[in-house]
Design a protein around this ligand. Structure first.
Ligand code: 5AD
Ligand code: SF4
Length: 433
């Protein structure tokens, strides 16, 4: 029996692509190996969004050289965004790789692995949104569901439009069918996935899709990522407000507080437009949590531009952010822009961003002390079975410790907890009787 192991890097989209590759392999009779060393087939599902992610993959791949020598029957496949970008160059750089398969071609995993010649599957796949693939999910409570593929935005720093191709929406009927099936199997939460869900376009719009998902019996919570601020419509805000199960949380990447930098980034909104959207969101949905992405040290970012980002953090008061220093991606427009910022400056700006936001996140969490929050219990922590955790509607993680009285709690339960401790990035709670 052939055993496979998938090592996944990067975003939720990649995690979900791995679930699909796993689904295909299981259907073909392969079984999952407990560890990489135990596998006959290793697939790396790679990420190229920033240089760090790339380096991490190449160093992990490097460690397989010896293993392949000792185990010549071992098959190594590279999937994901690095595969798409590098194509056959990977075989030149790392000769012990057998197959290369981009994110638009994961359906090929079945054929590729049966082939005894090196395969490079990196063609554009216009049928990606119309092809239904089996999915093997490990999580039994929360499920991720593709609603679109690719991206048309070409933010000037970003490699995704080149690796994942053009934007394509999955038919709404297929999405709703999948979610109904998940509800029947007991899933409590679904997260709709796309690079820019607000530009979803099938027979219905994204707000209409949300409303349809909201009505599916059995599903208790609905989330979605990611929203591009330029496409965040009033209809979407009202759909979140008026739905029962769509969580009060939006991830709305700002990237920079400087309109000049936003324009160089090709984001198609200014800082004032962004603030307008935040105001509307908070007016219609007062408890909504807003999280964001920030890039420090984009080309031509001056001290003044950076100060605008810091001021934006103070003014907006995000619930949390992911922040990165700008990473040059070959082939993107920003890679060849004038005014590249020196690494030490990028890093010191990034540190300041973290410092400012850490205080804000901590303050926001402390404001929840003694409040009662509804959380959806997730899968138990393998390392610490006495501890369970869940998230608030607003996507804040709460750890709950078991005692005799609540020993019957299980993943998938929606429970009320009193918040007894607030940390910077998480909360702790006890079950409210
Ligand atoms: N450098 C740094 N951060 C980047 N992101 C995307 N491309 C780059 C890059 N070249 C960040 C953006 C995006 C998030 C997913 O990753 O903030 O929203
Ligand atoms: Fe990249 Fe911009 Fe598309 Fe997001 S919207 S994937 S940042 S190009």
């Amino acid at each position: 029996m052939t055993k496979y192991y998938i090592s996944t890097f990067g975003c939720q989209m990649n995690v979900h692509d791995s679930e699909k590759m796993s689904g295909i392999l299981k259907a073909e009779g392969y079984i999952e190996a407990d560890s990489l060393r135990d596998a006959d087939l290793v697939i790396f599902n790679t990420c190229s969004i920033r240089q760090k992610a790339e380096q991490k993959f190449f160093s992990e791949l490097g460690r397989l050289k010896e293993l392949k020598k000792r185990k010549p029957g071992l098959t190594i496949a590279v999937a994901g965004c690095i595969a798409q970008q590098e194509g056959k160059n990977i075989l030149k750089r790392v000769p012990y790789v057998d197959h290369v398969m981009g994110p638009q071609n994961i359906h090929m995993v079945r054929d590729i692995l049966k082939s005894n010649i090196n395969t490079i599957a990196i063609d554009d796949n216009p049928l990606i949104a119309d092809t239904e693939l089996p999915v093997e999910r490990k999580d039994e409570v929360r499920a991720w569901i593709n609603i679109m593929y690719g991206c048309n935005n070409f933010c000037s720093y970003c490699i995704v439009p080149y690796t994942r191709g053009r934007e394509r929406s999955r038919p709404s009927a297929a999405i709703l069918h999948e979610i109904k099936g998940l509800a029947e199997r007991g899933y409590g939460e679904v997260t709709l996935l796309g690079q820019n869900v607000n530009s979803y376009a099938d027979d219905i719009s994204f707000p209409e899709l949300l409303k349809a998902v909201d009505k599916i019996e059995g599903i208790r919570r609905v989330r979605f990522v990611t929203s591009h601020p330029k496409d965040l419509s009033d209809d979407l805000i009202l759909a979140i407000r008026d739905s029962e199960k769509v969580c009060e949380h939006i991830h709305l990447p700002l990237q920079s507080g400087s309109t000049k930098i936003l324009s160089l980034m090709n984001r198609k909104y200014g800082y004032d437009d962004y603030i307008g959207k935040v105001d509307k969101l908070r007016k219609e949905i007062p408890g909504i949590a807003i999280t964001s992405d920030i890039i420090a040290g984009f080309p031509d970012e001056t001290v003044e531009d950076h100060r605008m980002t810091i001021k934006a953090l103070h003014d907006i008061q995000f619930d949390g952010i992911f922040a990165f220093h700008y990473s040059v991606r070959a082939g993107t427009r920003a890679a060849v822009m004038e005014g590249q910022v020196e690494d030490h400056i990028k890093l010191s700006r990034l540190n300041e961003i973290f410092e400012v936001q850490n205080d804000i996140s901590e303050r926001k969490n402390k404001a929840l002390l003694n409040s009662v929050q509804e959380i959806l219990l997730e899968m138990p922590d393998e390392k610490n079975p006495k501890k369970m955790s869940g998230r608030t509607q607003t996507n804040k993680i709460v750890s709950v410790y078991f005692d005799k009285e609540n020993a019957t709690l299980k993943s998938g339960d929606l429970i009320n907890v009193s918040i007894i401790k607030a940390n910077r990035h998480s909360l702790e709670g006890i079950v409210k009787p």
